[in-house]
Ligand binder design. Structure first.
Ligand code: MG
Length: 345
């Protein structure tokens, strides 16, 4: 197996604001694994707040190359990702890139797309939210107009002024909303009051209302919440799910947090056994990782897979959007078309 990688900067349509920072681009590292004329693509998207760097990601690929180079075309994905996972305690995005590329490659070798590889259900009319970052009122109004195709908007919140923010959004649109607080609320009584306000304003779910360490307060809040509370920062991998049981109504699974499709599928199974809702999310990543995750859409309650829509220099074409619904490619593997072959030259 041949391994190539390429660091890249994904540029946003608009600077992207959340409760802690504003960004104009995200560093990512693309990966290509090649065997017998088939190429599988993967991606390690590494926004700074995740704490994973380009150097560590590349060093991890170099460490993993000894294992990967030995593989032949009948490799086993599950066995390979178990070995790869054991190479480091960290580098989840790098692990995800390898897992995604192995799935793309296996699918191409077998002539099956990812949902066919696992015989996953396909839900017609899967609707994704489109994210509106924190911004000035006039910019938010413009972003709402640009997202007019989408049926659900996801709002980044997380301040004392979130009622005013929602009232402002409501002056422009009555679409259902997902609200992502990114750990921004700290007082449990304030949080319960906010969650009731959200429910009255057609907010369908609230993501990560409180800081990760406030797990007992979150359990108290969720018991009193009229809307589902969804863990994002609180749940990265499979092992985190047991810790948050009872504290949230559901989990937001992202490939870059959970090391890839193999573990995402196990997390969905455990969430179902634990009576937790399942949301599929993404970082500000390209069509490569987002399309890989979108193959799992038939298993989810909520889908937030709009990243490629927010990026201007995506080197891949895969997932597309039609009237707020996600449209998946049918070709083998992830089903990507590489638009910019130079990235691996
Ligand atoms: Mg979130």
């Amino acid at each position: 197996m041949k391994l190539r990688f390429s660091p890249y900067k994904l540029k946003f349509k608009h600077p992207f604001g959340v409760s802690s920072n504003v960004r104009t681009h995200t560093p990512t590292v693309f990966l290509s694994l090649e065997i017998g004329g088939f190429k599988g693509y993967g991606e390690a998207c590494i926004p700074a707040y995740l704490g994973e760097t380009e150097e560590e990601t590349i060093a991890f690929f170099n460490d993993a190359s000894a294992t990967l180079k030995k593989l032949n075309s009948d490799f086993n994905i599950a066995e390979t990702v178990t070995v790869i996972d054991g190479l480091s305690e960290t580098c989840n995005a790098a692990k995800a890139a390898i897992d995604i590329a192995l799935h793309d490659l296996k699918g191409k070798i077998l002539g099956k797309n990812i949902r066919q590889l696992y015989d996953l259900p396909v839900k017609e009319n899967s609707v994704t939210s489109s994210t509106i970052g924190l911004d000035y009122a006039d910019k938010i109004a413009q972003k709402i107009i640009e997202a007019s195709d989408f049926k659900i908007l996801k709002i980044k919140a997380g301040s004392e002024n979130d009622k005013a923010l929602i009232n402002m959004i409501r002056s422009y649109t009555d679409k259902p909303l997902y609200v992502d607080v990114n750990q921004g609320w700290k007082d449990k009584h304030f949080v319960v009051d906010m969650l009731h306000f959200m429910a009255e304003n057609n907010v369908l779910l609230v993501e990560q209302p409180m800081p990760v360490e406030m797990i007992d307060e979150m359990a108290w809040v969720t018991e009193r919440s009229p809307v589902p509370t969804i863990a994002d920062e609180s749940v990265k991998r499979l092992k985190d799910i047991s810790r948050i049981k009872g504290a949230f109504s559901g989990i937001n699974i992202k490939l870059m947090k959970c090391t890839g499709i193999s573990e995402a599928l196990r997390m969905i199974d455990l969430a179902r056994e634990s009576n937790l809702k399942v949301m599929l999310g993404c970082m500000a990543e390209s069509s490569c990782a987002t399309t890989a995750m979108a193959h799992l859409a038939g298993l989810a309650d909520y889908i937030d897979l709009d990243a490629p829509y927010l990026i201007v220099n995506d080197p891949f074409k895969g997932i597309s959007y039609n009237n707020g619904q996600i449209c998946l490619p049918h070709s083998a593997g992830i089903g990507l078309k590489l638009l910019n072959a130079e990235i691996f030259s």
